[in-house]
Design a protein around this ligand. Sequence first.
Ligand code: DX5
Length: 235
Amino acid sequence: MTPSTANSPLTPVIIPSVLPADFSRLGDEVVALHEAGVDRFQFDVMDGRFVPNLTFGPDVIASVRDRTDRPFEAHLMVEKPDELAHLYVEAGCDMLIVHAEACDHLHRTLGHIRELGAVPAVALNPSTPASALTHVLDLLDMVLVMTVNPGFGGQPYIATMEAKIAEVRAMVTTSGRDIDIEVDGGIGPNTIAGAASAGANFLVAGSALYRDPEGLGHAVDDLRTRAAQAFAAND
Ligand code: DX5
């Protein structure tokens, strides 16, 4: 049962990861995703240390900021995100997602992000329990429950994370706070209903959008419809 929240009933928010996009024409790819109807954009920032992959820095994000008016979220898969946070806010990111596992002082980091004028969010790797959120729920606007181990796109969805999604959704409901729950990794037509039914309303997809033979617009609409149907079935 997808419990209601402060913004009940849940409505699906479809967010592309630009990881699979053609980086040689990233600006045009952002425009194409905007025109396909995405709600927000997620930039997977990887430092080659916290995760084995290395992607892009703030300048790349800044270079496409003016190609859409939709919110940007930086998924900081980096060591010591405190030291980099201001750069991603200056690049035009509205939300910064830090990994609980990468923060020595998560409570302070979230407050720092808010002081920078951005929306703070926490990501949990598959092995990190929901209880890591207990003492910071009052500081954040979104929780990202990773449904793959971070570092690469195109990985298989870890369905056992649905129990954690439901646990986080129950924590949020009990808190009475309007906190969104995001999932990222292996989200596509065959997995989005399970994540949505468990309580996720921010749905990140990369490969599934680019894999759709009918194009980005169809892929976005299809994911949104499937998630909405899952919410309706659970209300
Ligand atoms: C993992 C990445 C991926 C990416 C989307 O570190 O964060 O989850 O955003 O991956 P797919 O292609 O599985 O949607």
